[in-house]
Design a protein around this ligand. Structure first.
Ligand code: NAP
Ligand code: ZN
Length: 367
């Protein structure tokens, strides 16, 4: 393991109380490079900022996409991590929502314009204002400095962009809820997963396994569509009523026209036509996976059943809090494999091989 120090290029926010400093992180120095321990600048605590002692950070497949420059050229060094659970360690003088010791989470974004229609509606993830939503890492804040994510010992964030983690949730299994959990909760809510509705979850990984738990807790009839039956026992234990292999052509004939809603969490590009054919008339297929290339669909698969193809990205602040409260009420956390930070690169390899049950979570005290 190498220990390098990255030159401070960030501009600290003005008006802070705490000294700007440096924080220990795991960062990718360049696209596709292994992550290594280093330090990055931490902005001074602004009047409405909180300093969070990060306890746990989930490894989302989006971290791997971004370190791999799959979507667009990234900002390096990159400190991934947007499934963050920790404890408030310090508050700025005008902070009103939090006290030292509060259990908080931070998800995929740390700022937005706060004025556009979407921000006012609590849909900050779809901010259309100037500069748009500021993602937790691999982005630039309104001060122009790069944002650094949760594979870190600490994080400074505006108090409005932190969420309350209910006491009923353990911090380690709650961390993945901040991205994977809300990414499933939002479309399942929007498209009405509930009693009397049949929902299929495609891909049983980090997102998918929480989709199964949440859809089941909402009262829907849940089917997992996985490449093989290898994880069938797990799927049923997580709450699925049925579990089918997409490698078996019979799955697509037997389940044709069955579902009200299909949510696709697959990280790779798929031809969606066969999956769209599983929808009943008027049903909706929601694309959640974010592969680098296009996802295709045969027009006939859509038009023969007035079916819809939709997409959904994470969730806004109010809905993320609602999701955390829902998970606390229903005893839902992620199934995790807790790892030391020096195993991050190995964990990435395992996620890419599909060898994850069902979320790697980094113990931030090992950074
Ligand atoms: P993950 O844990 O790796 O799970 C992805 C699952 O997809 C795998 O477990 C596997 O399920 C299936 N899969 C993988 N490769 C496949 C292939 N070539 N063909 C068919 N199935 C394949 O990843 P994740 O963290 O859940 O993230 C999934 C995707 O969602 C990523 O692209 C990520 O960037 C994206 N994402 C989107 C949002 C959003 O807001 N929309 C938020 C977070 C993440 P089986 O083994 O069961 O087949
Ligand atoms: Zn994510």
């Amino acid at each position: 393991m190498t220990n390098t120090t990255i030159t401070d290029t960030g501009t600290a926010a003005a008006g802070g109380t705490a000294e700007a400093g440096r924080i220990a992180v795991y960062a990718a120095p360049a696209p596709r490079a292994p992550l290594e321990r280093t330090t990055v600048p931490r902005r001074a605590l602004g009047a409405r900022d909180i300093l969070i002692d990060v306890r746990y950070a989930g490894i989302c497949h989006s971290d791997i996409h971004q370190v791999g420059d799959d979507w667009a050229p990234g900002i390096f060094p990159m400190v991934p991590g947007h499934e963050i659970a920790g404890v408030v360690a310090e508050v700025g003088p005008e902070v009103s929502r939090w006290s030292v010791g509060d259990r908080v989470g931070v998800g995929c974004f740390v700022d937005s314009c706060r004025e556009c229609d979407n921000c006012r509606a609590g849909l900050q993830q779809y901010c259309t204002g100037e500069g748009g939503v500021v993602f937790t890492y691999n982005a630039r804040g309104r001060d122009g400095a790069p944002t650094y994510g949760g594979y870190a010992r600490q994080l400074v964030v505006d108090e409005q962009y932190a969420l309350r983690i209910p006491d009923a949730l353990a911090l380690d299994t709650a961390a993945p809820l901040l991205c994977a959990g809300i990414t499933l909760y939002s479309p399942l809510t929007h498209w009405g997963a509930g009693p009397g509705r049949k929902v299929a979850v495609v891909g049983l990984g980090g997102l998918g396994h929480l989709g199964v738990k949440i859809a089941r807790a909402k009262g829907a009839e849940v089917t997992v569509l996985s490449r093989s039956l290898r994880k069938r026992e797990d799927g049923l234990r997580l709450g699925a009523h049925d579990y089918r292999a997409t490698s078996d052509p019979a799955t697509f004939t037997e389940l044709a026209g069955r579902f009200d809603l299909v949510v696709n969490t697959v990280s790779a590009g798929l031809d969606l036509s066969a999956y769209v054919g599983l929808l009943r008339t008027g049903g909706t297929m929601v694309q959640l996976g974010a592969p680098d290339g296009p996802v295709g669909v045969n027009a006939h698969a859509l038009l023969t059943g007035r079916r819809s193809l939709a997409g959904s990205m994470i969730g806004g602040l109010p809905e993320t809090q609602e999701m955390l409260d829902f998970c606390a009420e229903h005893g839902i956390g992620a199934e995790i494999e807790l790892i030391r930070a020096d195993r991050i690169n190995e964990a990435y390899e395992r996620v890419l091989r599909g060898d994850v049950r069902y979320r790697f979570v980094i113990d931030a005290s090992t950074i």
